[in-house]
Design a protein around this ligand. Structure first.
Ligand code: NDP
Length: 303
């Protein structure tokens, strides 16, 4: 038997063991996926070795620390500065990847959107996704995303901003505080605080194709910005995206009122898990079947 797990703190809420084990069982693979709460003073590398793992997912607050214990990083993980997937290779070296970023990009492709140069994103295989896009009844390439506004600047916003930047999408990050500014400035991604939002944009149109709520406001059932600021942004957007999943958030409900197409974070979670699983078990094929199994169990898990 091979062992996998997710490390985090807290970890009890994690859906990863359910999503991963559902596939490992369906494909009759000799792997078991667990979860492990890591104390912040514990060493992730030592815990990984002690548990005899062949791979792991890493969640808050250890994604940055995971970069340091990896022996090498994928170019995307290096650029983002965060690892959510560690794989032990045949020489016992730990390789760090970031599958949050491709998971997010794939979730947009699944909606049928084209994104500039999306094929440059690690881990995206259009041949695998094409049947899935078709299965979802979407027509790929009908609409494109050229510009994006990301609300929030925490871990997920960083991964998404880097992914969109690599796709060639003009992206602005806006946050309630300026504490993450250095990260984005170093990567030449425009950044502003919510107060400065009125006078910032990525082009002369004053609108964004994609509006992403990557703040944790939805967890406290609040909007990330005042309704009066959000409404015009939502009305002009092609897609409103809240990374939160489960019950519709205030951001999703406001998008509905504005008649704007909207999407929650379930597909991103599932698609990052599929990318990670394919790194753990490269023999796993048939992304549409894996997606269907995960999607099928998802509502009962996130209810
Ligand atoms: P972080 O804690 O790293 O960042 C939170 C961000 O939200 C910060 O920018 C913070 O601002 C801002 N923020 C917090 N509360 C509010 C508020 N009330 N109003 C406006 N801004 C606020 O979180 P993550 O980036 O990891 O997660 C963000 C969201 O994304 C969560 O809802 C999480 O559940 C979801 N998520 C979904 C994933 C998926 O696969 N679908 C994956 C990862 C996350 P400041 O910097 O000023 O503190």
């Amino acid at each position: 038997m091979h062992y996998l797990c997710v490390f985090g703190n807290p970890i009890a809420h994690s859906l990863s063991p359910f999503l991963h084990n559902a596939i490992l069982q369906a494909y009759n693979l000799p792997y078991l996926y667990g979860r492990f709460m890591l104390d912040s003073t514990q060493d992730l590398g030592r815990a990984f070795a002690r548990l005899g793992l062949c791979g792991a997912n890493i969640t808050l607050p250890f994604k940055e620390h995971a970069c340091q214990i990896a022996h090498s990083l994928s170019p995307l993980a290096k650029h983002i500065g965060a690892v959510n997937t560690l794989v032990r290779d045949q020489s016992d070296q730990l390789i760090g990847y970031n599958t949050d970023a491709p998971g997010f990009v794939m979730s947009l492709l699944l909606e049928g959107f084209t994104l500039g140069q999306e094929k440059s994103i690690n881990g995206i295989e259009m041949q695998q996704l094409a049947p899935l896009i078709h299965q979802k009844g979407k027509e790929y390439g009908k609409e494109s995303i050229e510009s994006a506004l990301i609300l929030g600047a925490g871990g997920s916003a960083k991964a998404i901003a880097c992914a969109l930047q690599q796709c060639g999408i003009r992206t602005l990050v806006a946050n309630r505080s300026s504490k993450h500014e250095a990260f984005f400035t170093q990567r030449q991604i425009p950044y502003c605080t919510f107060d400065e939002l009125d006078c910032k944009n990525v082009d002369s149109s004053g609108r964004f194709d994609l509006l992403i709520n990557a703040t944790s406001s939805s967890i406290s059932h609040a909007l990330p910005l005042p309704e009066s600021t959000l409404r015009p942004l939502l009305t002009q957007a092609k897609l409103a995206y809240d990374l939160m999943y489960g019950a519709p958030s205030p951001f999703i409900r406001l998008s509905q009122q504005c008649h704007t197409r909207h999407k929650d974070g379930a597909d991103m979670l599932i698609l990052q898990a599929i990318s990670a699983l394919r790194l753990f078990c490269p023999q796993l094929e048939n992304t549409p079947r894996i997606y269907a199994i995960m999607r099928g169990i998802f509502p009962t898990l996130s209810a």
